[in-house]
Ligand binder design. Structure first.
Ligand code: ZN
Length: 111
């Protein structure tokens, strides 16, 4: 009998109620993590997306197909990449989230 292969993310999976207060980053601008009741939920079975505000839902709806690879990454990963970009810029004026367009070209794909 062959051992069943279970991807790590599934092996580590726990029901939501066992993980303490659930928090999510905005799926579009990656702000957060916010508490779930502060987020806008969009259900697209079987997926559920969270956004910090309606404007992010709108932008996501309009642009998601241009950023498929980028959005496939977890919001936490994307937030890290974005903050690295921000730091590389030397702080800047703190104008908030950068355009996703500028970042996407530099995201490495590891199939
Ligand atoms: Zn947002």
């Amino acid at each position: 009998m062959q051992a069943l292969f279970i991807p790590k993310r599934l092996r580590d999976w726990q029901p939501e109620h066992m993980r303490g207060t659930p928090r999510r980053r905005c799926h579009w601008c990656t702000s957060g993590p916010h508490r779930l009741d502060e987020l806008v939920q969009v259900l697209e079975s079987p997926m559920r997306f969270y956004f910090c505000k309606d404007a992010c839902v709108l932008l996501w709806r309009q642009n998601r197909h241009d950023h498929v690879e980028w959005l496939r990454e977890g919001a936490g990963v994307r937030a890290e990449i974005l903050s690295r970009y921000r730091n590389a810029e030397g702080g800047g004026s703190g104008s908030g989230v950068r355009s996703v367009d500028n970042v996407e070209v530099s995201v490495q794909e590891d199939s």
